[in-house]
Design a protein around this ligand. Structure first.
Ligand SMILES: [Zn+2]
Ligand SMILES: [Zn+2]
Length: 282
């Protein structure tokens, strides 16, 4: 008991003497109490009927690495959205409905959802995570993504979760696959937050990237589809037969990458493929 009190005092003192620096604006800031976010985190669990709020969840989780001014500039995806690709439909009221692009070019996946808009603050956060090795962001971002999963899916409505893979060459350079880091601890997090005790089957090596493609970010919309065509394969195609799949990635830009994965999975007999990303470009 005494050790715990002393440890908490040490943590408080350390925060005062060495305040963290905001990852986005580089200003020093005083993070709120380390229990921030617990309230939002546990909301919606089996013992708490309060609805989950992505806004409060994002603010609570990211308050350890972003200042409040930057947190306030994060933008949550809100209805009305395209009921297929999840694109926010600007300046309109009313229910979710199909966007023009999904009508013109129907997707292979069933639905794609994301908790946050890919605006400059989140772009910076994801950049720090992916390219500057700030892997301490993996935990809060994974929790945020799990919250989005809880909002949009019933846990027993998905059989297999697949992170979108990197090619082995890029994996060796980066040292980790950001999509896998966003999902690898979901079962531990879910148990910790009293989420319904469903063991989610997360397969790291089932979906593989066989082609070392040019980074999609360097290409336009039409080029992305061509660039990513036939870039993936399955180690064990029999494993996806008649399965309901959820693909995980960090950012949904044009959807070319996840749609190519979905096309392959459906060709191998998957029942349907859904997509969850941290960020949605608009
Ligand atoms: Zn800041
Ligand atoms: Zn759409």
């Amino acid at each position: 008991m005494l050790t715990r009190i002393l440890f908490n005092q040490y943590k408080t003192l350390r925060r005062i003497v060495f305040p963290p620096k905001c990852l986005v604006c580089s200003r020093f800031f005083h993070p709120p109490d380390s229990n921030a976010g617990d309230e939002a985190r546990n909301a919606g669990g089996p013992t708490d009927p309060a609805p989950l709020s992505l806004q409060s969840q994002a603010a609570g989780l990211l308050s350890v690495c972003l200042c409040q001014a930057c947190i306030r500039r994060l933008v949550v995806v809100e209805s009305p959205i395209c009921d297929c690709c999840g694109l926010p439909i600007n300046g309109r009221q009313g229910a979710d409905h199909r966007c023009g692009e999904c009508i013109r070019e129907p997707k292979d996946y069933r639905i794609a959802r994301a908790p946050l808009i890919y605006e400059p603050i989140l772009t910076r956060v994801i950049h720090c995570f992916k390219y500057q090795g700030k892997v301490q962001l993996a935990k809060p971002l994974a929790e945020l993504l799990l919250t989005a999963f809880r909002l949009f899916w019933e846990p027993d409505s998905i059989d297999i979760i697949l992170p979108v893979p990197l090619h082995i060459k890029r994996f060796r350079i980066r040292g980790f696959n950001q999509a896998y880091l966003l999902v690898c601890n979901w079962n531990i997090l879910a148990a910790h937050f009293a989420y319904r005790p469903v063991q989610l089957q997360i397969e790291r090596n089932l979906l593989i990237r066989t082609a070392a493609t040019v980074p999609q970010s360097a290409l336009g919309r039409a080029e992305r589809t061509v660039n990513i065509k036939n870039a993936f394969d399955l180690n064990r195609p029999d494993k996806v037969k008649d399965k309901r799949i959820l693909l995980i990635d960090d950012v949904y830009t044009t959807g070319a990458t996840v749609n190519e994965c979905a096309r392959l999975l459906l060709n191998c007999g998957a029942r349907h493929v859904d997509v969850l990303t941290l960020a949605r470009a608009v």
